[in-house]
Design a protein around this ligand. Structure first.
Ligand SMILES: *[C@@H]1O[C@H](CO)[C@@H](O)[C@H](O)[C@H]1NC(C)=O
Ligand SMILES: *[C@@H]1O[C@H](CO)[C@@H](O)[C@H](O)[C@H]1NC(C)=O
Length: 223
């Protein structure tokens, strides 16, 4: 009796393993260049006719140049290269980003719900911080990385980058999803639409309502 229960559990675990480990689904053709204008909604984007899919969808120079990081409150500028910027990655389970940082600039604490991330610092000095889940005792992992050094961030873990150098810093990252998604923790908590009730946040954060309202006012524009 016990043995057959164990056996059933093991078989169930084995059958589910591919599902649990999956990132984006596997492609069923060489390329499926996204038809970004399609009205059809599927998991990803429908393919353009293969006759209209040319080299321009497989190569991109968008991250050759970074954005200006000094003109917004975070002091960072993300040049995105997900499927909406690079239709050629549709169904292939990969995408990229470049982020430029002003001195003291940050890519604030955030989570990618659909992808593990690997990154390469190409210039400057970047503090990369990753916070483990409760399983790890909320362990904070961090290191200052310089040109040529890399990091990995498991899917779903909160992380940030912060430019600790005197000059601009740049990193280029890749994801195992064509659409990794982003949950900015400060914005999610204090700039949701409609807002999370202040009483809930005051209780959860163990502070007075005025403190919550002050922080909410900083994210009022959803930004
Ligand atoms: C990022 O940089 C580009 C080009 O320099 C600029 O047009 C854009 O406004 C910047 N974005 C933010 C959010 O600062
Ligand atoms: C700056 O960070 C906030 C979260 O703290 C985020 O909501 C916002 O989109 C970021 N802005 C830019 C320009 O990256």
């Amino acid at each position: 009796m016990e043995f057959s229960k164990t056996l059933t559990a093991v078989i169930t675990a084995l059958l589910l393993a591919p599902l649990l480990m999956a990132a984006d689904p596997d492609p069923l053709q060489d390329f499926c260049v996204a038809d970004l204008g399609s009205k059809t909604s599927v998991n990803g984007y429908p393919c353009q006719p293969s006759s209209s899919a040319g080299d321009e969808f497989l190569f991109s120079s968008k991250v050759a140049k970074g954005g200006d990081p000094s003109s917004n409150p975070n002091g960072s500028n993300v040049t995105e290269l997900d499927v909406t910027e690079w239709p050629g990655v549709n169904t292939l389970g990969v995408s990229m980003n470049r982020v430029d940082f002003a001195p003291g600039g940050t890519n604030p604490p955030h989570i990618h719900p659909r992808a593990t991330e690997v990154g390469l610092v190409t210039r400057g000095e970047l503090l990369v911080g990753i916070i483990g889940s409760l399983d790890s005792g909320n362990r904070y992992y961090s290191r200052v990385l310089r040109a040529g050094e890399t990091f990995v961030i498991p899917r779903g873990l909160m992380h940030f980058q912060f430019n600790v150098g005197q000059a601009e810093a740049t990193m280029v990252v890749s994801f195992n999803s064509q659409n990794p998604g982003i949950i900015f923790v400060p914005l999610t908590m204090f700039g949701s639409s409609p807002p999370i009730p202040t009483t809930v946040l005051a209780k959860a954060l163990r502070v007075d309502a005025e403190v919550v309202d002050l922080i909410k006012s900083k994210f009022a524009g959803g930004y």
